[in-house]
Design a protein. Structure first.
Length: 605
């Protein structure tokens, strides 16, 4: 049984018991010993576990589908957010303080301190404390990463002490120290593998806590928090990240040998931290990333942009070259499309679905689309109207639905076993942390300390797993040798490795590299366009076949939004968010606003 399923079952049973017995009360003087009251919770091991499981349920992240936050994907035209366009204000560009789960963890930990030994075995009690401290560190980091220092509250607060409820912000350095302290405690208390691994799969392990410590310290060493490039911070990050990798290897963790199977072989050795999805009870709805009409309700999110389509290297490890000015040369265009479709690393085919190949689900929209046939989402240029038209409904005979605006869709993680009728019953687990991240965090920190060989070896390992050939020199296409060049290669490699995994925005922000987005300007696209005079492909044709592909040419689309005001224009003078002014006033102005937003608080201290 998956852990989340067990959490849900326990909580429902507990709530049901409480409601049933409270409704059957026979007299005003009757003591209902079966209802859920605080004192009873801490006498019952099942309720204690349910309390902790509730923290898991509220904190464990799930599938984000947020490619539109950066240069990964687009959903509809003119959907680029104001923050991405540089339209900011102290009222709109905020990140609220949220202590909901910190309060619950503090309550839990305080109760654990006074819990009678007879209630829980010592080992189980320590495990629970380790799990709770992980989640407190997680909650604090989510706020500190956005705002800098926040008020550190580590115990239950006394509601009667109204004045004592208003706490000033701690320095960022103090918060980082507390986060690391909690994670160090969790590392000591948590098991590497749970004794009942099947039932407890998905609970936080020692490696997850070690990986989280590495993630936090890597960010704290990065330019966002470390503009002076303090090498002590990089050393701390390196030590934590290397320790996580070494321990993970000792426990049998490794890169999955086949990139495409990471999301479809559950409980594999690359998974470090996971939110399990299952049906019924905790399914995920993949409708938002599926194309119409092979879905229902929301659709067409995370359609890959040109920047992502080009991010994946060729099979020899060299970068995918693209020169929009040479596309008018038929020979260049033909070679580009050949490389684009047939000469990419495995991550491209796992991450991106492209028109002209069968959609990887058992859907059928008979008679216009038969499963096993190619799903043709491609384009035609009409010189008379000076416009493009999508050929989906033409090739597939009046197929209904909105074809989208790129011709490409997210494939990574897609549950390929469900049809449109049950698209809300997806069961692909969300992998919040995988061993590849631990490796790349370690390699990035190594590079900043001049440990070039270690940094390069990680890149080679990642690329080898992606199906890139070693080459005669065994370099897997890695030619960078200087710290700066290796740093740039890590930026590119993380873009390909972690596409659509909720990492791109955070990476660019911690590196303070929004210039990478701003330099792109508008969101660009690549239209696979039927050549003038070429016959339409049939549904059974496949664009990976050379004779079929020869009917098409690549066209560059400069602005998929169709409006010159919609382009990346991140403000490079505001890197931390503002505390909502309403929260500052609620605190009786005890909370200070960040300096970037007119306040006095320095997030770098």
């Amino acid at each position: 049984m998956k852990m989340q399923n067990k959490i849900t079952a326990i909580l429902l049973v507990m709530l049901s018991v409480g409601l049933i017995f409270s409704s059957c009360k026979k007299g005003l003087d009757y003591e209902n010993t079966n209802s859920i009251v605080p004192d009873n919770v801490w006498k019952d091991p099942a309720m204690i576990r349910a309390f902790l499981n509730d923290i898991y349920g509220g904190q464990m992240p799930g599938w984000p589908f947020n490619g539109g936050a950066t240069d990964e994907g687009i959903s509809t035209a003119k959907s680029l957010g104001n923050y991405q366009r540089g339209i900011i204000s102290v009222d709109a560009t905020t990140s609220a303080l949220n202590y909901t789960y910190i309060d619950r963890v503090n309550y839990f930990l305080d109760e654990m301190e006074v819990l009678p030994a007879a209630v829980l075995p010592e080992a189980e009690k320590n495990q629970y404390i380790g799990e709770a401290k992980f989640w407190r560190a997680w909650s604090y980091w989510n706020m500190v990463n956005n705002l800098g220092g926040v008020p550190l509250i580590l115990h239950k607060q006394d509601g009667a002490d109204v004045q004592g409820l208003f706490k000033p912000r701690n320095k960022t350095s103090e918060c980082i120290a507390q986060i690391v302290k909690d994670l160090d405690s969790a590392i000591l208390l948590l098991p590497g593998i749970y004794p009942n691994a099947a039932t407890d799969y998905g609970r936080i392990t020692k490696l997850a806590a070690m990986g989280m410590k590495g993630r936090v310290l890597l960010s704290y060493a990065s330019p966002l928090f470390n503009p002076t490039n303090n090498q002590d911070r990089w050393q701390a990050a390196y030590d934590a990240c290397k320790a996580a990798v070494d321990y993970g290897i000792s426990q049998g963790y490794q890169l999955h040998p086949e990139f495409r199977k990471i999301w479809h072989q559950e409980k594999n050795k690359e998974v470090v931290m996971v939110n399990q999805f299952f049906n019924p009870g905790h399914a995920v709805n993949f409708n938002v990333i599926r194309p119409e009409p092979i879905t229902k309700d929301a659709s067409n999110n995370n359609q890959p942009l040109l920047s992502l389509l080009l991010a994946f290297p060729k099979r020899d490890g060299s970068a995918m070259q693209f020169d929009k000015n040479q596309l008018s040369d038929p020979a260049y265009n033909e070679q580009f499309l050949t490389d684009f479709y047939t000469n990419r690393d495995d991550r491209f085919y796992t991450t991106v679905f492209f028109g002209g190949t069968p959609y990887p689900t058992p859907d059928e929209v008979s008679p216009v689309y038969i499963k096993g046939n190619s799903f043709w989402n491609v384009w035609r240029w009409n010189a008379a109207t000076n416009s493009y038209s999508n050929l989906l409904s033409t090739i597939h005979g009046s197929m209904p639905g909105n074809p989208g605006i790129t011709g490409f869709f997210q494939r990574k993680g897609l549950d390929t076993t469900v049809t449109a009728a049950i698209v809300n019953q997806g069961q692909t687990d969300w992998i919040e942390m995988r061993f590849a991240e631990l490796l790349m965090n370690y390699g990035e920190a190594a590079n900043e300390l001049g440990k070039t060989n270690e940094a390069v070896q990680i890149l080679k390992d990642i690329r080898k797993r992606a199906g890139i050939t070693a080459g005669a020199d065994g370099s897997y296409g890695v030619t960078a040798t200087s710290t700066g060049d290796i740093r740039e290669l890590y930026i590119k490699e993380r873009q390909a490795e972690f596409a659509f995994e909720n990492k791109r925005f955070g990476d660019l922000r911690r590196w303070k590299r929004f210039d990478i987005l701003n330099n792109q300007g508008a969101r660009h696209g690549l239209y696979i366009t039927l050549k003038e005079g070429a016959s339409l492909p049939t549904p059974s044709d496949n664009i990976l076949t050379e004779s079929v592909r020869s009917k098409f040419e690549a066209h560059y689309i400069d602005n998929l939004d169709g409006d010159e005001t919609f382009k990346f224009n991140f403000d490079l003078n505001h890197w931390f968010y503002a505390i909502p002014p309403g929260q500052i006033s609620q605190s009786k102005n005890v909370l200070e606003q960040n300096k970037e937003w007119g306040g006095s608080f320095d997030p770098l201290q």
